[in-house]
Ligand binder design. Structure first.
Ligand SMILES: Cc1cc2nc3c(=O)[nH]c(=O)nc-3n(C[C@H](O)[C@H](O)[C@H](O)COP(=O)(O)OP(=O)(O)OC[C@H]3O[C@@H](n4cnc5c(N)ncnc54)[C@H](O)[C@@H]3O)c2cc1C
Length: 198
């Protein structure tokens, strides 16, 4: 299993624990699921995606499941790379050392829209287009407009500290995010920022 640059300890025991934590159907060991998540659309000829195929892909749905994944990764010393839309141009979503590729696209719930305070509470896998469709129904919009707008996802926008042209008027991603729930590499959950929401 794995690839030539993988430096991880993905044992049968670790796989069994991942399957028990988030369900066998959301733990992918087959090559198509893994290979497709080694590539990014960055137009650079230097990429050697075949050398960066993750050992396993996991698709959790909740913070609790991410916590379990991080605890297992920590126990077995397996590298973890989160992946949103994978349009980042700095290879942040490429699993350079193999290991666990944590695809966040099932974490796609809009949890709350607070019209009075003009805030939205979302899971990280929500696409900006999707969020703006929902916000548009109440006359609001999320003012982030990168050229990758149709494919970039909230978690990846935050992960890459994104900017956009209309950010000159409304603020860029770091200005727009007022609080976050973060799972640390140990599995500990912290909340940062003073924002409201669920
Ligand atoms: C055609 C094109 C045009 C672009 N135009 C712009 C532009 O105008 N402005 C701009 O700022 N960028 C632009 N980009 C770059 C890219 O779209 C942005 O960097 C975008 O923010 C990445 O979002 P993503 O969902 O694809 O994230 P990904 O590439 O999947 O991830 C980005 C980083 O965030 C991390 N990450 C993802 N989810 C999480 C999570 N839940 N928790 C912790 N870490 C996480 C990843 O590991 C990675 O390090 C462009 C890219 C392309 C291909």
């Amino acid at each position: 299993m794995g690839n030539e640059t993988s430096a991880c300890n993905l044992s049968d025991k670790a796989i069994a624990k991942l399957e028990s934590a988030i369900g066998k159907e959301f733990v992918f060991l087959d090559m198509p699921h893994r290979a497709v998540r080694s590539a990014v659309p960055a137009p650079f000829p230097l990429h050697e995606w075949e050398k960066h195929i993750p050992d396993v892909v996991v698709m959790p749905q909740s913070t609790e499941e991410v916590v379990e994944i991080m605890k297992i990764a920590n126990e077995f010393r397996i590298p973890v790379v989160p992946r949103a839309g994978a349009t980042g141009l700095a290879d942040g979503a490429v699993p350079l050392r193999g290991g666990i590729l944590l695809d966040i696209k099932r974490m796609n719930q809009i949890l709350e829209i607070d019209e009075a305070n003009m805030t939205a509470t979302v899971q990280p896998g929500v696409g900006m287009m999707e969020l703006n469709k929902v916000l548009g129904r109440v006359g609001l919009f999320y003012p982030d407009d990168p050229a990758s707008y149709p494919c970039a996802i909230i978690g990846g926008r935050i992960g890459s500290g994104g900017f956009s042209l209309i950010g000159g008027g409304f603020g860029h991603v770091p200005d727009l995010v007022i609080s976050m729930e973060v799972v640390l590499p140990t599995g500990k959950v912290i909340r940062v920022g003073g924002g409201g929401g669920k």
